[in-house]
Ligand binder design. Sequence first.
Ligand code: NAD
Length: 375
Amino acid sequence: MKGVTVGNFFDFADELGPLKVIHVHEPSIGLQGVLVVDNVAKGPSIGGVRMAPDVTTEECARLARAMTFKNAAAGLPHGGGKAVLVGDPKMPKEQKAMLIRGLACALREVEQYIFAPDMGTDEECMAWVKDEIDRVVALPREVGGIPLDEIGATGFGLSHVVDVALDFCDFDIKGARFAVQGFGAVGKHVTNFLSMNGAIPVAVCDSAGTIHNPDGLDVKKLLALKDAGKSVTDYPNGNKLDTDAIIDIECDIWIPAARPDVIHEDNVNRLNTKMVIEGANIPITHGAEKILHEKGILCVPDFIANAGGVICAAMEYQGASQSAAFSTIEEKLRRNTREVLETAKRDQILPREASLVLARKRVDRAMSFRRWNLF
Ligand code: NAD
């Protein structure tokens, strides 16, 4: 079977979930997708819809679990879920709208899942979902939303995570050199926020390649290129390298903001940095995180670091304003980052282990209140 690989449900099921795995297939419009609702003990699940040509059920299940922990760690009244759609996100708009609307209609009855954007989908896609089923967050302003990608909710949160993590390192934000893998909704904004705080972007990449200048890149020029539909490699003053070269860039802070599993045991030693802040979901394998830890490279895991977007989305769902969402992101992410890094230091464990303890405690307690965790 092409497209979404149908994995064995029981290969990844455990005591937390997943509660449901739903495969959606409508050949007449080329719709192939998967929804994984992982755990709803804390409330209906929120998680983004990812569109990419090579998504799999397993990736979807892992991302849904990451959402369970992310939402729990962030103290939100929501469980974790995720949806994936097979397709090139740059397909013609009418075709994309058809697929997104088709997925929304197919999942109309699944009240345990609230749609949100992820890689390959955006606020406009969420507006199409609202038009069909109305159970969606991260909408455009015009239909009552807080456009989290437009305002950079996740990038804003990441900049606060960096700020707290610096208390556990030996360098300052002013003049710190950083590299960002992926220059989309997350990558662009974290680059902008960190630059505003005095850090220097020395390399960024997108799917077309990497641009590197050890003296620093001009963020406004990079943003203008992306707004014009170009690649960061069209930036004039820098070395153009291939996409993968971003891994080797010498810097103080390295931020993955693209695909899963980009850093693994076989390439982790290429990283030449002091701090890794996981903007993407599951960008680094557990084995590679362990190696980073052993080398003294501080790594803040995905579900703690990149929760800004989902906090914003959950606040929108409750009818809060944009400024309330921003101050909640700041408060929650600073508190969680400090707690996780202090626990990791005190107990001599990986930050991911400390994060899991924090999140798991919250999910277990929520589950203890339930007769079943089905509704
Ligand atoms: P996006 O689609 O807006 O941007 C992705 C960027 O990555 C693009 O610049 C693309 O060119 C680049 N890219 C794609 N494949 C690549 C590759 N193989 N190597 C290098 N770059 C590549 O997506 P986004 O919303 O910025 O999300 C990025 C990551 O952050 C995803 O893992 C997503 O799950 C995670 N995330 C996003 C949010 C959010 O608020 N958008 C919140 C939390 C986590």
